[in-house]
Design a protein around this ligand. Structure first.
Ligand code: ADP
Length: 550
């Protein structure tokens, strides 16, 4: 860790470590009767309070201690968003061990790689994942025992999984008489691996300090804006960058929490929104596509839903407009990454924007927004020279801050920082007033005749066409220009549209030479483990594609 200069006159405030356990203690003390509602893997709806969550977390902390889990040990989970998963967030990290959330959508070999790399000591899993655990457990050398997150009746009669325990038995067998230990706030608290679209997954190891600071900052009004009056349904999974920090920031504010469990289809999510009167939610665009399709096909409205954060990939402006104008739901476009805990920027309007015409407000809201306080950002050219914030010049986006990684777990990938800044791999422009807009991931940029074409812009335009459900734009080989854009489109069900019409749809909306050279129609786009369109798969698929202009 960097050593900073020491003043001869130090401040005289208490040196209290920022610890994750203090969040659940606070939620219990001040919002103890506020609810946590979960759609369970068992199929029913479970409800209890922050007080009960805290009690059961302490019981689980005692169970972990008896299992021999010590400060710094890694304990893994393979689980949906639900109350038992939340209990583990606090029991594991609160005890000083490291909560290692694994993405169950990864290939079993990748899961085994991650568990071995992390040297996980125990693995907790939801019933849904019993077959998955059966498929990979024999490859996990360090795991001493497995815990199925259910009650005794639902435990399998027979299994090859060694030392398989029952979650509710552990809760039952242990008392809630547990004092959260106090330790250095820079101790590791949780571990999350990047999805490994390029090479093996790498671990981002968060600390108690980084997590608590991220929770404060992300709850602020111009970020996620969560308060005790909200009812929050995190659609973003707790196995993907800690559900964007919501399992910490929501209890910190005392808001009611609603967990969707495994049922992430539009109908199930909508039902929960209405029955629990959800006011705020968060997720990647592909999930909202399912919800919006269900709502529009069935002529439904939202009776309580006010605000949603959309990030993880660019939110198509058409989706934002539908939410805002058709359903009265405010969209906060946010940007971040696993390496940033994840929140980096959020887009909200300032006072000076409020009287602008609607289209100008919309244009601001479509950007990824301002850095939230604590995150520092800049754009640089390939030589590392800083570029101006003029809204036109695009460059590589670099960040730093107390919740940005300094290195990957076990030093994978070597020294990743560039003069103390983390290179995000994203390409962006920043306006003079500090609003950042991602034009692309550097590896997705289309390089045509020595110039760059941002694929996100091309996709956003296509998705504004009434017949287009989803679109991805990739660069394919062109003998003269190196690469030219190819648009890959999923049509809305029952709607027809031709290539020519889509190509003409770009007229007047972008520079002529940015227009895709061709369009292909497909039934579905490949979606990765974190709900994002896998551009690298599409590129592989169309590697040999012959453009009509070639
Ligand atoms: P992975 O890298 O494994 O996909 P992350 O969820 O950490 O996992 O992905 C971070 C990346 O997602 C960012 O670097 C950026 O490319 C993309 N991203 C996140 N939010 C946005 C957004 N609002 N707009 C455009 N891209 C985004």
């Amino acid at each position: 860790m960097t050593q900073y200069a020491k003043s001869p006159l130090m401040g005289q405030m208490m040196d209290q470590p920022l610890l994750i356990s203090t969040i659940i203690k606070h939620a219990d003390r001040y919002y103890g009767s506020n609810e946590i509602v979960s759609r369970r893997v068992e199929g029913d709806i479970h409800r209890y309070t922050y007080r009960e969550c805290h009690t059961r977390s302490r019981r689980m902390a005692n169970a972990l201690a008896k299992l021999g889990v010590k400060i710094g040990d890694r304990v893994a989970t393979l689980a949906w968003n639900g109350y038992r998963h939340l209990e583990l967030y606090y029991a594991i990290s609160g005890s000083g061990a490291v909560m290692h959330t694994i993405n169950p959508r990864l290939h079993p070999d990748q899961i085994a790689y991650i568990a071995n790399h992390a040297e996980d000591l125990y693995l907790f899993f939801d019933m849904t994942f019993l077959p998955l655990v059966e498929a990979f457990h024999s490859k996990c050398a360090t795991v001493k025992g497995y815990v199925m997150m259910c009650d005794r009746e639902r435990m399998p009669a027979e299994t090859k999984i060694p030392n398989l325990m029952c979650y509710e038995d552990l809760i039952e067998a242990n008392s809630d008489d547990f004092e959260w230990p106090v330790f250095d706030e820079n101790s590791a608290s949780s571990l999350c691996y990047t999805s490994g679209t390029t090479g093996n997954p790498k671990g981002a190891l968060y600390s108690h300090r980084s997590t608590v600071l991220h929770s404060y900052a992300s709850a602020m009004p111009d970020a996620l804006n969560v308060s005790s009056r909200d009812t929050v349904l995190p659609v973003v999974p707790m196995f993907h960058v800690n559900a964007w920090g919501l399992p910490y920031s929501v209890p910190l504010t005392g808001a009611k929490l609603v967990f969707p469990g495994p049922a992430l289809d539009g109908k199930s999510v909508y039902e929960l929104f209405e029955s629990e009167q959800v006011t705020f939610s968060a997720g990647v665009p592909t999930v909202w596509l399912g919800l919006l399709t269900h709502v529009s096909q069935n002529n439904l409205k939202f009776s309580s839903f006010k605000r949603t954060v959309i990030g993880g990939s660019a939110c198509p402006p058409a989706m934002m407009k539908t939410f805002r104008h058709q359903y009265g739901v405010e969209v906060v476009h946010a940007w971040g990454m696993t390496e940033m805990s994840p929140l980096g920027t959020a887009c909200t309007l300032q006072k000076s924007h409020l009287d602008l015409p609607e289209d100008e407000k919309q244009a601001i809201l479509e950007k990824q927004g301002h850095a939230i306080f604590g995150v520092d950002m800049k754009i640089v050219d390939d030589a590392g020279e800083e570029l101006p914030w003029d809204g036109k010049t695009y460059g590589n986006l670099l960040v730093r801050g107390p919740w940005v990684i300094s290195k990957y777990f076990k030093g994978e990938g070597g020294d990743v920082l560039e003069n103390g800044w983390f290179p995000t791999g994203d390409v962006a422009v920043i306006s003079p007033d500090g609003y950042m807009q991602i034009t692309d991931r550097s590896k997705d940029v289309i390089k045509s005749g020595g110039e760059w074409i941002g694929s996100i812009d091309l996709e956003n335009i296509a998705m504004a066409h009434p017949a287009v459900q989803q679109a991805a734009c990739i660069g394919v080989f062109h003998p003269k220009w190196d690469e030219r854009p190819l648009l890959v489109v999923v049509k809305k069900p029952g709607v027809e549209v031709g290539k020519e019409e889509l190509i003409h749809f770009y007229d007047g909306k972008i520079a002529k030479w940015w227009t895709p050279d061709d369009v292909v129609f497909v039934d579905a786009l490949p979606i990765g483990a974190t709900g994002k369109v896998l551009k690298n798969c599409i590129r592989d698929q169309y590697k040999e594609y012959k453009l009509p202009t070639a």
